[in-house]
Design a protein around this ligand. Sequence first.
Ligand code: ZN
Length: 276
Amino acid sequence: MASQLKDLSKLCLHTMTTRPWNIEECIRNYAAAGIPAITIWRNVIEKKNLKEIRKQLEESNLEVVSLCRGGFFPSVNREKRQIAVDDNLLAIEQASALGAPLIVLVCGADGEQSLFKSREQIIQGILRVIPDAEREGIKLAIEPLHPMYAGDRSAVNTIRQANEMAEIINSPVVGVAVDVYHLWWDPDLESEINRCAANHHLFAFHVCDWKVPTLDFLNDRGLMGEGCIDIPRIRSWIENTGFNGYNEVEIFSDIYWKTDQSAYLEKIKQSYLTKT
Ligand code: ZN
């Protein structure tokens, strides 16, 4: 079993976790709370001057871990597939402007076609954006999502599928993001984490908890320790591979978004230190 985390040095917070805050508030408040790293969701940089944001990030000593999110490649409609590719190219430009080394891909699915077709289109979509990602030095992480999202959000639902996809694509810039919320139930999780790392594809590690009962399949994620995921055990598997990246706290919660975000930030730190 993993020992408790000793300090906040490996804590990264996703801006979506504190959704009521704009990017300036996230930067200021995370830095003031002693959080060393940030993953930026694209909603908070819409219509923003990215140079200015980057300056604020640098002045606050916040390391940018990734930009969330690209993907959503599949569609029965050819034009929509092109729009998705263009949007991913834009995400690569944004990541480059912000100094983010990685883009997390929520790969997408279209309920009007089979999962097999959607997976083919995901691979085709990723292949089309790889040259730009390589040129800009940006990595792309395929994030498998829980099977409850297979109809509309992601046709990649297990870490094994993500591993296989990264192996087929076979590019040094394409790997996998492991999120405990999506993968905790998988009996093959430990062995597939090892496979992922052995192929140099383990790019990111996201944490939160699975509440029982879960009231909303999108926005009722729990703080670490509030649910049934053995997060320390999964973190130990990740760390046993030699992974040296951040533990990224990514919580979508209608409940917490309605509370005072500064008090919530303190709760996150406590739960990170004692339950992650
Ligand atoms: Zn995630």
